[in-house]
Design a protein around this ligand. Structure first.
Ligand SMILES: [Zn+2]
Length: 199
């Protein structure tokens, strides 16, 4: 399996572009109180791709309501940052999905490329098998997959069911599918997400 795109800055720019479009959509929608949303990004220090030191990945796009007395925080969903996890979403998916199919040598190489703490892998595995299956996000999607996906096979089996000839395309679809779980201060779904097996 080819992971060249992990070292390709265009891949990260593409994800950034999706985040920017989503953020623009959220900002245009305004605050539930009717107020205007102003940019209020917050700093992030993502781990995961050593070569990737683009400044755009050091901040999470976020907004704050301009109305005095409201000031509601509104963080758009993201295909880059998986909630509060310190590693990029792409890393959390890939390493757990590929874990079983890799030879020890290739696994070690991936751990080095991704700047990974080995002990975090078991935590992620538990997240995929216990936390994620209980989320409203997965509860709303799982019915689309026939035959049903086994929770014990997440996220690899899920990645395998999404449309796309290349791993990168399927990965991007999965990152979009996960968007609702990446924020607690905005609910809804960005446009362009329908049946996950067709999108
Ligand atoms: Zn407001």
């Amino acid at each position: 399996m080819c992971h060249d795109f992990l070292n390709d800055s265009r891949f990260y720019q593409f994800l950034l572009h999706i985040d920017q479009e989503t953020a623009a959509e959220v900002q245009a929608g305004g605050c539930p109180c009717g107020g205007v949303l102003h940019s209020a990004r917050y700093p992030r220090k993502p781990r995961g791709i050593r070569e990737m030191r683009d400044a755009s990945y050091q901040t999470r796009l976020s907004f704050c309501c301009a109305v005095e007395g409201c000031r509601r925080r509104c963080t758009p969903p993201s295909v880059r940052f998986l909630g509060r996890k310190v590693y990029l979403g792409v890393v959390v998916i890939l390493i757990t999905a590929l874990e079983h199919g890799l030879t020890p040598k290739r696994r070690q190489r991936l751990i080095e490329i991704l700047d990974l703490w080995p002990q975090t892998i078991s935590r992620w595995r538990r997240w995929w098998r216990e936390i994620f299956p209980a989320s409203p996000c997965w509860q709303s999607w799982r019915g689309y997959f026939v035959p049903a996906l086994a929770v014990t096979e997440l996220p690899g089996a899920l990645l395998g069911r999404l449309v796309g000839d290349e791993l990168m395309a399927r990965l991007c679809r999965l990152l979009r599918l996960l968007m609702p779980i990446t924020t607690e201060s905005w609910s809804g779904y960005p446009r362009g997400i329908g049946d996950p097996q067709k999108m």
